[in-house]
Write a protein that binds this ligand. Structure first.
Ligand code: C2E
Ligand code: CA
Ligand code: CA
Length: 645
């Protein structure tokens, strides 16, 4: 073959393309992940290979015009860059499939091939095994030239197998990118074999690196668009790369309480704009630490150099001055939780779980800094187990409704009952509704639970047993999320009709949080249901904000005074005054009053004296299964009759 035949245009194109990629890569924010390093190495190697190839091909036209050492140096350098691309790409595949950890042969294959390439190439001026220049200074391939290409092909085959084997660990785009790389490289080799003057190898590789760049290595993939911070995915990759390399680091996750104020005042639909302002300023304070936005007003910082307490100090100091936007200023308190690695976490998911759980449990509490421990993780794992149990119970329709009677002071009998849900899981045993209802709410499972439990109540009422002993209606708890759904009223009416239950037999308990969440939807639902004959109770009065507003505007007949108002009233005078005046006020508002948590005869006496209408509590009965409840009612009616005889 005549050296003058080489078509070098492809190499020029490849060089330019790679140069652009390298510049794009350099000017954009990027991560310190090991896969990124390898990608950059591939960019450099391919660039070096194409530039060197331009020189070597042009020199080969008149090799004799240049010193032998220069011919050798450039050709060896070119081949070194080119032939080591395959092991580099294996290294990359090994990283993204996470197959590079201890025990995998990948490292040896990569290092072995690089060593073999080096040995053969660096000695070829003496051994003439790979390339050499004959007596006419003509460039020639040595007997082992094809060995290098063969080794590269074997490596690509191995890499292909690796990606196929670990395809589940990869995103589709990763599989496609690696497949494109391997296919293009093999095509290039075949073309090279058939048409040696068409030197398209580097160009093909550059093209596939472009695929990588667009799909995987594009830093924009890891940036949260609205805040300009690295996103949760980036956090994942960064933390994982630290953990893989056994590097110790500190992390501080925080949720700036008060930022949502801006969203409300300025009518922002998303947290983006204000979070972006905070992030921008905060980044300037963070030296050698990375800031990520996890979404939902939550950030996390990772630092290799600063300790958890140093990160906390930086954050506290930063939020000392109010945040301002569009001329509005507001104080912001960060809720911070920290952890140190190595410690109780072993995966990035553990970190996320611990952060999720801790920040969530801090909301509304007094503590603003919490050091996460194994306990945070256990609590999260318990949550996940409970969540799984809820889903199973929904599937099996295995929730049970228990009933707790309400004593009517005026008639001296039990005229209604509250239905309370129970979940008994095979593995976890009894799980309190105080634990699982909030979890079900947070995970969107409440509508299904609400429907199942309401059906159960209607089924119970349909039997007519309770009514036979004087029960006039059943109180059913509605969660905040149910009330926010426009279709709630029609859904509940539908179920009542299905079971032939008249609406007068149902009283729904709502809390004022339901008013806070979606007032219009709540009111709409209430009005539609009331027009059919259903009544409503305001539950847990005295625990929340107890805004007079909801008491006046929401059409409730009954108010249930929480035990947290009753119990202290038994102990101290001031609390008693509060209870007495609460009852007085509610009476003036023409509300029927239920006192909850009635446990002793003293409470019964006191509550009757100050004017409550109904009493509910362990003094009469705990919530019990339907059969026990009916037996309880029957016994009561019998003993009442016995007394009158
Ligand atoms: P809640 O609506 O305030 O229900 C009253 C809670 O007080 C019940 O707890 C009941 O067992 C308990 N209780 C009643 N009398 C006494 C007493 O004399 N002393 C003491 N210490 N406690 C008493 P439970 O059944 O564990 O329910 C807890 C909460 O879970 C309920 O508070 C309610 O918010 C929610 N919940 C229960 N069932 C349902 C349901 O079917 N749907 C919805 N959305 N929430 C429910
Ligand atoms: Ca209730
Ligand atoms: Ca209550």
């Amino acid at each position: 073959m005549n050296a003058t035949d080489f078509v070098t245009e492809y190499e020029y194109a490849a060089s330019v393309l790679l140069l652009v990629l390298m510049i794009l890569y350099a000017i954009r924010d990027k991560f310190r992940t090991s896969a990124n390093f390898v990608f950059v190495a591939m960019l450099f190697a391919t660039f070096a290979s194409s530039v060197l190839h331009i020189f070597t091909t042009s020199m080969l036209r008149d090799a004799a015009d240049y010193p032998l050492w220069l011919n050798y140096t450039l050709n060896i350098a070119y081949l070194f860059a080119y032939e080591n691309l395959a092991p580099l790409s294996l290294c990359y595949a090994s990283k993204i499939t996470r197959h590079d950890r201890t025990g995998s042969p990948d490292k040896f294959i990569v290092l072995g091939t690089v060593a073999l390439n080096s040995l053969l190439l660096f000695t070829t001026p003496f051994t003439k095994l790979v390339i050499y220049f004959d007596e006419n200074m003509t460039y020639r391939h040595g007997p082992l030239f094809l060995l290098l290409a063969g080794a590269a092909l074997l490596i690509l085959a191995y890499e292909f197998a690796l990606v196929v084997r670990f395809r589940k660990k990869l995103k589709p785009v990763q599989i496609v990118s690696v497949a494109v790389f391997i296919t293009l490289t093999i095509i290039a080799s075949l073309v090279q074999l058939l048409f040696p003057e068409q030197i398209i190898g580097n160009y093909m590789i550059a093209l596939s690196l472009l695929t990588f760049y667009i799909s995987l290595e594009n830093p924009a993939e890891y940036v949260d668009r609205s805040t300009g911070c690295f996103n949760a995915e980036a956090f994942y990759i960064t933390a994982e790369s630290y953990m893989e390399r056994n590097k110790s680091f500190a992390a501080a996750a925080f949720c700036p309480q008060g930022l949502s104020y801006f969203a409300e005042i300025l009518g922002l639909r998303e947290s983006g704009a204000i979070c972006a302002i905070v992030a921008e300023d905060l980044k300037k304070r963070l030296k050698k630490s990375e800031l990520f936005y996890l979404g939902n007003w939550e950030f996390v910082i990772i630092s290799e150099t600063a300790s958890a307490s140093e990160l906390t100090a930086v954050l506290r100091d930063f939020f000392k001055k109010p945040v301002s936007m569009n001329g509005i200023e507001a104080p912001v308190t960060p809720y911070i939780c920290t952890l140190t690695y190595p410690g109780f976490v072993s995966t990035v998911k553990d970190i996320r779980d611990a952060i999720d759980y801790t920040l969530n449990s801090m909301k509304g509490g007094k503590e603003t800094v919490v050091e996460m421990t194994a306990g945070s993780l256990e609590a999260k794992q318990r949550e996940l187990k409970v969540l799984a149990a809820i889903k199973q119970a929904i599937k099996d329709d295995s929730f049970q409704m228990y009933y707790q009677p309400l004593f009517d002071i005026k008639t001296g009998s039990f005229s209604s009952a509250e239905a309370l849900i129970r979940m008994i899981d095979k593995e976890l045993g009894f799980v309190s509704p105080e634990e699982f209802i909030p979890l079900a709410e947070a995970n969107g499972l409440i509508p299904e639970i609400g429907e199942l439990s309401f059906r159960s109540v209607c089924r119970f009422l349909k039997s007519g047993k309770a009514q036979a002993y004087g029960i006039k209606y059943i109180e059913v708890n509605l969660s905040v999320l149910q009330c926010a759904q426009e279709k709630l009223s029609s859904q509940l009416m539908g179920i009542m009709e299905e079971f032939g239950i008249s609406p007068e037999q149902i009283n729904f308990e709502i809390t004022e949080t339901a008013g806070l969440a979606n007032y219009d939807a709540l009111l709409g639902n209430m009005n539609r249901l009331i027009s059919r004959g259903v009544t409503f109770s305001m539950d847990d009065y005295g625990t929340g904000f107890s805004t007079a507003n909801y008491l006046i505007t929401l059409p409730t007949d009954i108010v249930k005074i929480d035990k947290s108002i009753l119990w202290p009233a038994m102990e101290n005078e001031e609390a008693f005054i509060v209870l007495r005046h609460t009852v007085e006020m509610l009476r003036s508002l023409k509300k029927k009053i239920v006192a909850e948590g009635v446990e002793t005869i003293e409470m019964v006496k006191l509550l009757s004296e100050i004017g409550c209408d109904y009493l509910q509590g362990y003094y009469y009965s705990k919530p019990v299964p339907p059969d026990t409840f009916i037996t309880f009612l029957a016994d009561n009616v019998r003993s009442a009759q016995a007394q009158t005889v």
